[in-house]
Design a protein around this ligand. Sequence first.
Ligand SMILES: Cc1cc2nc3c(=O)[nH]c(=O)nc-3n(C[C@H](O)[C@H](O)[C@H](O)COP(=O)(O)O)c2cc1C
Ligand SMILES: Nc1ncnc2c1ncn2[C@@H]1O[C@H](COP(=O)(O)OP(=O)(O)O)[C@@H](O)[C@H]1O
Ligand SMILES: [Mg+2]
Length: 217
Amino acid sequence: MSSPDRKRDLTAGPEEGPAPPFPLRLDGKVIKGFGRGSSELGIPTANIPIEGLSVGGHSEVESGVYYGWAGLSACPSIAESPPTQRGAYTHLPSSIQEPLLHAAASATPAPANQNTGGQVYPMVMSIGWNPYYKNTVRSVEVHVMHSFSHEFYGAHMNLVILGYIRPELDYVSKEKLIEDIRTDIEVAGRSLAREGYARFRGEPYLVEFEGKGEVGT
Ligand SMILES: Cc1cc2nc3c(=O)[nH]c(=O)nc-3n(C[C@H](O)[C@H](O)[C@H](O)COP(=O)(O)O)c2cc1C
Ligand SMILES: Nc1ncnc2c1ncn2[C@@H]1O[C@H](COP(=O)(O)OP(=O)(O)O)[C@@H](O)[C@H]1O
Ligand SMILES: [Mg+2]
């Protein structure tokens, strides 16, 4: 059980850039989860199938909380909310809004992304069993650090994972879980705004939007 008042570092990973095994790459189509992220926690997570997790020669990725960049295929949600839009980060702590805007605007998209209509966003993610909820299936869930006006089930999500933040924990209350996820968001934002991490923003490779996703697809 997590100690409620433990002090947490506000960045994770070496200052100069990701160290092995990072960067790790992972992709999949956004599917339905248990529907708790938005409704119970106020923090939506785009779930992708766990099967994609053995990419890049790493057959077993340790459970825990990670950060990196998420490429999303073109879909109505992202057309309305591009990552460089001023105001896109106003839901985050004010200290990381400017650095994130700067990282989003200054990185060059990979040639593969230039004409797809897709976009790349900062993300923080959880891989594991969600000990607070005692899930019996392992899940991969990505909180995209951006305000969207719509959901985007079925969009293709392409991840470049650049660092590890902490293990998954159990909590005495839902409020304590939310508090830690909010700190994770701040840690991810501060960590990604560093030059050695911002330069990976162009990497997630984007594909066309394919329509609605379903559980297990
Ligand atoms: C950054 C981040 C950190 C998380 N850390 C934990 C954790 O330590 N323990 C836990 O039980 N769940 C953790 N979760 C998972 C939430 O419990 C999960 O997102 C929520 O149950 C929503 O699940 P759903 O997508 O199936 O609706 C974390 C989620 C995120 C985005
Ligand atoms: N900032 C965001 N990050 C992740 N998903 C988001 C975000 N904004 C909207 N969504 C949408 O909300 C859905 C996730 O909500 P959630 O309550 O976790 O449901 P589920 O249990 O089905 O994953 C995502 O699949 C996505 O379509
Ligand atoms: Mg979710």
